[in-house]
Structures are given as C-alpha cells and as structure tokens.
Design a binder for this molecule. Structure first.
Ligand code: URA
Length: 195
C-alpha cells in the first residue's frame, strides 16, 4: 500500500486548527501494521516535528514498544485529529467529525489486526459511547468503523503515566494485551507453516 495515498497534504475544514497548526501531522509507521495506535491530536512537539507522539508521551509509547520487541516502524501511529488544537485543548466534536474520514481511510488502508485507542478521546470517538478509560483499559471491543468490523483495544494515554504513576501498570498491561493479540495471530500462522 502506498502511504502517500493516505497522507493529508492540505485541509482547511477547521478554521481554529488552521490558525493553531504549523503543519498537518499524518500517521507514521508500517503501512500494513498489525497494531494501529490512535491518539487524540498533535501537541507542541508533534506540530513542530510533523510526527505523532514524539514528545514526552511519545517517549513513553516508544519505550513501551521497544520493551516488547517492537520499533515505531513496526506499528502504525496516528491521531483522531491531524492538526494541533490551540493551547493543546481537546479537539471539539466538530473537529473530530471533520477529520474522521482521514482516520477511517487510514484504518481501511492499514487494515490492522487491532486498533489501540490511547486515552478517552480516541476510545470514545471510535467506540461511539462514553468510556471510563482506566476501568476499561486492556479490554477488547468490536466496533464497526467505516462499515468494517474492527477489534478495538482500549488503553490509557501514555501521558497519564507521567502525571499519575499508578497508571503505569494499567498502561503496561494494556500494551501486553495488544502485543499478545498479534503474537497469537502470528504463532498460529507459523504453526501452520510447520506442516
Ligand atoms: N498526544 C496525542 O494524543 N497525540 C500525539 O501525537 C501526541 C500527544
């Protein structure tokens, strides 16, 4: 799959975000990843560098992946909204809706085994209901996204582990669950290859 085809190069749907962004921040990583992580929106560092999750919360995610034998390029990392909201506020319902088709197109193109939602905003956006993230972290849900059945694993936002150390274990357990879901798939395949 050509990732250029799912990159958004120009968009003026959200007037406030056009003012606050320096650039559009597209998803990064493998175009055929088994795990697709969805965050909320770019922050200051992401806006400056043009890549999702490169600030402190990005370090938490990158380290957690590395601890489980995965590099950033092995997974896909994207956001619900591709432009930095002013003063890092949450994206509005309208902004989420404006960016939804881009996210759906990316999920369709990558076609991951599991979509991992990082925090409340992406969890509620993709499950289309309210989510108590700490309680539901590590749980897997069926969701219909752009007409396709998807498996969605709820996870706390990596930033939560920075300001609330009690969230570290919750985050780690959810990541373990995500990796075990794709490992199960892979071990099934390699076992078949033995015959
Ligand atoms: N937080 C997010 O939700 N997304 C990013 O890309 C960075 C921080």
């Amino acid at each position: 799959m050509d990732t250029d085809a799912i990159e958004v190069r120009d968009c003026t749907r959200c007037s406030a975000l056009c003012e606050s962004r320096s650039r559009i921040v597209n998803g990064v990583g493998a175009a055929d990843a088994d795990l697709l992580f969805v965050g909320e929106a770019p922050g200051e560092n992401e806006d400056a560098e043009g890549e999702p999750f490169v600030g402190r919360s990005g370090d938490v995610l990158t380290d957690a992946l590395r601890d489980r034998g995965l590099a950033r390029r092995d997974v896909r990392i994207t956001n619900c909204v591709r432009c930095r909201p002013p003063e890092n506020r949450d994206p509005t319902t309208e902004e989420l809706a404006n960016c939804r088709a881009y996210l759906e197109r990316e999920i369709d193109a990558v076609d991951p085994e599991v979509v991992v939602t990082l925090g409340k905003v992406p969890s509620e956006h993709l499950l289309e209901r309210s989510v108590a993230v700490t309680n539901e972290a590590g749980t897997l849900h069926d969701a219909r996204i752009a007409g396709t059945a998807r498996r969605v694993l709820v996870c706390v936002h990596p930033a939560a582990t920075l300001y609330d150390p009690s969230q570290r274990e919750t985050f780690a357990d959810a990541l373990d669950e995500a990796v075990s879901l794709i490992d199960d798939g892979e071990s099934g395949q390699s076992r078949l290859g033995d015959f």
